[in-house]
Ligand binder design. Sequence first.
Ligand code: C2E
Ligand code: MG
Ligand code: MG
Length: 690
Amino acid sequence: MDRSANGSSWLKDHDLDRLLMEAVQDHGIMMFDLDGNVIRCSAGAAAMAGYGRDEALGRHLSCFYSEEDRRSGRLEEDLAKALSEGHCQSERLRVRKDGSLFWADVVTSPVRDEQGRLRGFAEVARDVTERVTAERALRQSEERFRLLVAGVTDYAIVMLDPSGCVLSWNQGAQLVNGYEAHEVLGRHYSCFYTEEDRRRDVPGTQLAQAERQGRLEVEGWRVRKDGSRFWANAVITVLEDEDGELCGFAEVTRDVTERMELLSNLKHQALHDALTGLPNRVLFTEHLRQALVRQDRHDHLVAVLYLDVDRFKVINDSLGHQVGDRLLVALGERVRAVTRPEDTVARMGGDELAVLCEVADEADAMAVAHRILHALKDPLSANEHELVIGTSIGVALTKDSDMEPDRLMADADVAMYSVKERGRGRVELFNDAMRARAVHRLDKELCLRRAVEQAEFRLYFQPVVELDEGKTVGYEALLRWEHPERGTLGADEFIPLLEETGLILTLGQWVLAEACRAAASAARADAGASPTMSVNISSLQVVHSDLKTSVGRALAASQLEPDRLCLELTESVLLDDEEHTAHTLGGLKSLGVKLALDDFGTGYSSLTYLQSLPLDAVKIDRSFVAGLDSDPGHSAIVSSVVKISEVLDLDVVAEGVETSSQHQALRSLGCQLAQGYYFGHPQPAELALA
Ligand code: C2E
Ligand code: MG
Ligand code: MG
């Protein structure tokens, strides 16, 4: 097409220049005639497409369009739109001279002459490659993010509008909550909360809190479509637009039921006894603390019952731990069955249970205790055994809400202890005298423990004499406490407490070792003599320690001949568990040591014992010896014991001989051995055994 023929004289050059001058630097202006050939071109427009200005002139517009736009007729579309609407704005991919592409924002307008005839088109273009690429990248990443969110299955990711209605629902939400997207879009998200949470407006409160804080993490029960519950961990984040206006919430939720159950199991384990499933001491104390706080508001008393099985140890030792364990479980169940659901029944350790109840008065508390005691009169089954157990219950109660839980528990314990002291199988209510006794006892116990640690104990030795010739044939080792303030204390002053506290078990071993050592060194010093060493053994040592091993060790360490050692037992040892005792005594005899029955006449003094147990000697209690001078009955008793012993081939030792007339009387009754101040007081080794 001929440019001049087409006629462009209507366009004044200086006008165009002005136009071009006015064009902002990054804009390019181009005009083309009705055939689409460039007739004017600003330097910017040419440069944008990589041409020189003159080079661009005369080219057809289409060579600036991308292949794709050309093929799909975009050029024609743009021109038609410019014609019909006065202008057309579009974003098009353009081609530079070198074939590279760039994005241009193009405004195309029709150009008319003064008569209004259409002459061609003008376009103002701007290179917007940077912006468009950035926008495209953003769109792509948004799309990727959308796909990612949609594909996440472990997390429910839900978008809510500012009022809390569901805007989007990913696959995770579907799996976690059970609803499909179309079922929940537009619904208020409170439908995933429990009925109770909805009543308390938990959902609304949480959104409000999230809005205030920007982010909120919460845990709680949520409800699935099928009505089942799961424990959810949810993070709610606030979504805001560019102006900082709230435009919704994003909630990311995870089903953490398993973790929660694990934690609550661990918590349960920390607060409950594994064997019986009952609350343990920690939980009991906590319940007690709460009950004491409640007491402030209500008019009732808080009572603690401390319950201990009598002689549980014997059951455990004789029938085995499994039976013992089953028995404790049955005990817990029985006590639980006769108490109210709101009472706490706890296992405090070992064979001790505690019951916490809120009662109207003292009588009420005692009634609960008696009800338990009564219920425990029926046998409990433990494996194949039906066992009748005795229980002792101590009760303590208070109106004082400031009372420390530990104190009330200790009071109940003291009351229980008092039952044990004064005959088992009963209930006692705590009183202050009990506490005074307990405190006194505790003081003494502390002193004793310290004394054991500081090794303040010593052995004294008292000679055992052969009455005909007056020869010393043995010694009895007697324990003394060299008290730093009170001087040397006799055994009667501390042995009972050593037994109660179990300290006798440790100290008893020391006594055995020390007595054997002393006897062996005396025998080495005087090779001609071969005295026997008698050692007192507590019944606790027979029941609760491996006596055979202790004795064996003491003999081995001292190299004392076993038949030089005589163990003195009292009849109380036979009361606990005859079978076990017989077994232990048999074991001791097998070591070759001698056994004597001490204090004969003060206990049951059953003649059967004398015959059935593997004894070597009987010691007649000093109360009978003391009465020899005055009471003919005592002479008769001593005489019969001597005669029976002869038949059973047992030695007889008379204890506590203080006078020559007692000495004579014993000789005439046929007694051959004796001990007593008359022959010698108990003395330290260096004096007695020298
Ligand atoms: P026991 O075995 O009957 O010991 C004899 C007690 O009578 C000793 O008292 C002794 O000092 C005392 N006695 C000795 N001759 C006479 C006397 O002529 N007149 C009087 N009135 N008393 C005399 P002790 O040492 O106070 O011991 C008391 C009890 O303590 C002992 O009675 C024994 O059952 C126990 N005992 C002593 N030492 C030990 C020990 O090492 N272990 C254990 N488990 N018990 C011990
Ligand atoms: Mg003795
Ligand atoms: Mg005695």
